[in-house]
Design a protein around this ligand. Structure first.
Ligand SMILES: Nc1ncnc2c1ncn2[C@@H]1O[C@H](COP(=O)(O)OP(=O)(O)OP(=O)(O)O)[C@@H](O)[C@H]1O
Length: 706
């Protein structure tokens, strides 16, 4: 049985939360007609169209498109049978005009020659800008025309145009209408067009006047004008709106016509169309016997994927700021880290008050004769304060001589120096007494033999570093003194530290590097992925491509392929800078380090995908990325060992994608452990586990939002 309707909507209800946008709306679009959907801003036109193309679901009621329900094979939507021009431009700014048309042509699986023919045709018809002009450089009106052309490239059976004539000059508008009239008269193509210019809809075969989610009337323009005895459609709309306000109008129901409109032989009329008869079984004769086949979100098509990859690549390499972001950011971040984090602090001001050598100021100091051994165990000392001060000639410390202790203390309190070192007048004498007299040394001598230090520990990192440094220098001083006094220098060592891995003198950079590489990789990829995908979604291209028949799996896979390429570039960049340019030591396999870094980047892509699915816009994606970045950095053990955290937090931290991966990285980098070592492959296992989790969650979410 031949179907006569292109679109049939029955008792459609749609709400956003508690807000009812479509209220029992009925609509009928015959094949071979132009249907002008008119209504004030916010009355629900776009919502209705997006339900027709299957991007939104009704709360109740039914929609039939080309004989099937949207989303089924029978309806042809999503797919090439329906051309949809959304209100937003929904094209890629980095596309040229030609790219945009070719993108949709390829998605619709049209032969290249045919696409070229259509491109030339549409260029002439719509007066498109030059083929090689970037969409981002086109004016608003030009962009709309390209978008319009993209929706018609495949010559669809149903063309849905959401305000195509906005920003288009009257002559071109006339040309567009002539074209629509010509295709609807020559073929069975149906066109649904929304417009704010009510008068231009005069040329439509049928007009649906919509207000507050209801259709006030659905008639041919001549009939409406006759009925309301007016020359202008605006007035019809005005009268009907008033009637609705006064409660004198019911919405159109399928079984009764709302208006006392007489039948006419010439006009298409709702009254002449038996809505009761136009039931779903007329539109889809076999609907009851056959279960409608869903158009899948899982299907894969090589040509479509090629078109998507081409789009992603153009979007990427033609976006200069994006390119800078991709290549420069990891370099700058890495170099900044390696230069800024880890090296010992230098030139820290330390006030020195040496009362013992106040007059000589240690000028021309020589070690000679400062420790003179005599009899079998004793040693006589001279000018030990200068001797000790010669040990603290270290790049970390900038000694500032003070004559007065209280002045030095005042400067320390005011932050001019980080600490004060004080050596008393009788330092050497007391030092000798301390050693010689043993138990019987008097407390005053004990106190005077001390090197007294006051440190500003408010900056813990600096304070602790200086303390550690001074202890190490004192140990050197003590050892050399023992040697000069003919003791075994080992007597100065009260503990003997041997390192299995790493060196005692390794900088903080070595400790921080695994954390930095792993977290930078994760978050750079998260940021990059979420930005690209959210932009695609927000600009409407994702939806538009899906309506054109692309599956969400195809979009996801092609984005993923592109991101893998970027992860590889990032991995190479970060590792080359760290280990080749800055010569950081590593003792294990570079391949394992690269694999750990790469997997972490893929994890970042997965997380970025998730963020892009749950975010409504780019700012929301940025807030989630930045917010989670700080939480994860704080608890992943890169700034502070997780052993210092409460036990429950340690467990949470270990479950994160990068805490154990970081340890694995360190185990390879500093200990040279192979991949078969549990503490190396456990990091990879966690990374792979998270990749799988992200893949599953994202697939489910994308399908549910499809
Ligand atoms: N996702 C959404 N969540 C909540 N409310 C929404 C959503 N989309 C649309 N709305 C609201 O539903 C109403 C109808 O919106 P719709 O976009 O369908 O109107 P429209 O008739 O197409 O308007 P315009 O002509 O200005 O484009 C508006 O009040 C709008 O604010």
């Amino acid at each position: 049985m031949a179907t006569t309707s292109a679109v049939y909507v029955q008792n459609a209800c749609k709400s956003y939360g508690k807000r009812e946008v479509l209220k029992n709306l009925c609509m009928h679009v015959p094949k071979g007609s132009i249907y002008g959907l008119l209504g004030s801003s916010g009355c629900g036109k776009t919502t209705l169209l997006s339900c027709i193309v299957g991007r939104r679901q009704l709360n109740s009621g039914e929609i039939w498109v080309l004989g099937g329900k949207p989303g089924t094979v029978e309806s042809g939507v999503p797919g090439p049978k329906v051309g949809y021009m959304p209100q937003e431009i929904a094209l890629v700014g980095e596309f040229t005009v030609k790219d945009a048309i070719y993108y949709f042509g390829r998605i619709f699986n049209m032969p290249e020659k045919k696409i070229d023919e259509r491109f030339n045709e549409l260029s002439n018809l719509l007066d498109l800008p030059p083929a090689d002009r970037f969409i981002r450089n086109c004016s608003g009106g030009q962009q709309r025309r390209v978008s319009f052309a993209a929706s018609m490239v495949q010559m669809p059976e149903l063309l849905i145009l959401d305000e195509p004539t906005v920003g288009v000059d009257p002559i071109l508008r006339e040309r567009i209408w002539d074209y629509l009239l010509s295709i609807t008269s020559k073929t069975s193509t149906a066109v649904i067009i929304t417009t704010h210019y009510i008068e231009e809809a005069r040329q439509a075969s049928l007009i649906g006047l919509m207000r507050n989610g209801r259709l006030l009337a659905e008639e041919s323009p001549p009939k409406l004008l006759r009925m309301f005895n007016t020359e202008v459609l605006e007035e019809v709309f005005f009268i009907l709106s008033q009637r609705q306000n006064d409660g004198q109008l019911n919405e159109i129901l399928p079984s009764n016509s709302p208006l006392p409109i007489q039948n006419s032989n010439t006009d298409i009329s709702l009254a002449s169309y038996d809505t009761t008869r136009a039931s779903t079984d007329v539109l889809t004769p076999n609907a009851k016997e056959k279960k409608p086949k869903k158009v899948g979100g899982y299907s894969l098509n090589g040509r479509r994927m090629k078109a998507l990859l081409d789009k992603n690549w153009k979007q990427f390499y033609r976006n200069i700021s994006g390119m800078i972001f991709v290549f420069l950011f990891p370099i700058v971040q890495n170099v900044a880290f390696l230069l800024a984090v880890g090296p010992d602090p230098k030139n820290i001001g330390l006030a020195v008050v040496n009362q013992e050598s106040m007059t000589t100021l240690c000028h021309n100091f020589s070690m000679m004769d400062t420790a003179i051994p005599y009899d079998y165990s004793s040693c006589h000392y001279r000018n030990l304060s200068c001797r000790f001060l010669s040990y603290i000639e270290d790049p970390m410390l900038h000694k500032i001589r003070y004559d007065d202790l209280s002045e030095a203390m005042a400067d320390a309190r005011h932050g001019k120096v980080v600490g004060v070192m004080f050596l008393a007048e009788n330092f050497t004498e007391s030092f000798e007494a301390r050693i010689e007299k043993g138990r019987s040394v008097d407390p005053a001598a004990l106190s005077l033999s001390e090197i007294k230090i006051w440190l500003d520990m408010s900056n813990r990192q600096i304070g602790a570093t200086i303390k550690y440094k001074l202890l190490a220098l004192y140990r050197d001083f003590q050892k050399d003194l023992m040697k000069d006094c003919n003791y075994d220098p080992k007597m100065a060592d009260f503990f003997n530290l041997t390192t299995y891995y790493g060196n005692e003198d390794d900088t903080f950079t070595e400790y921080m590097t695994p954390g930095l590489i792993i977290t930078i990789m994760f978050f750079m990829m998260t940021l990059m992925t979420s930005q690209i995908i959210v932009t695609d979604r927000c600009e409407g291209l994702w939806d538009r491509s899906i309506i054109a028949g692309v599956s969400s799996l195809e979009i996801s896979i092609t984005h993923f392929i592109m991101q893998i390429g970027i992860v590889i570039v990032y991995t190479a960049t970060v590792l080359i800078i760290t280990f080749w340019l800055f010569h950081l030591k590593y003792v294990g396999s570079m391949w394992i380090l690269a694999l750990l870094t790469f997997l972490q980047g893929i994890n970042g892509v997965g997380y970025g995908f998730w963020i892009s699915i749950v975010s409504y816009n780019v700012s929301m994606a940025n807030v989630i990325t930045t917010g989670s970045f700080y939480i994860m950095i704080l608890i992943c053990g890169s700034l502070w060992p997780i052993e210092g955290m409460p036990v429950f937090l340690q467990w949470i931290s270990r479950c994160l994608p990068f805490t154990i991966a970081m340890d694995s990285f360190r185990n390879v980098m500093q200990k040279g452990w192979p991949i078969v070592n549990f503490q190396v492959w456990n990091g990879m296992a966690i990374e792979v586990a998270w990749i799988i989790i992200f893949a599953i969650v994202n697939t489910i979410l994308i399908q549910s939002k499809r």
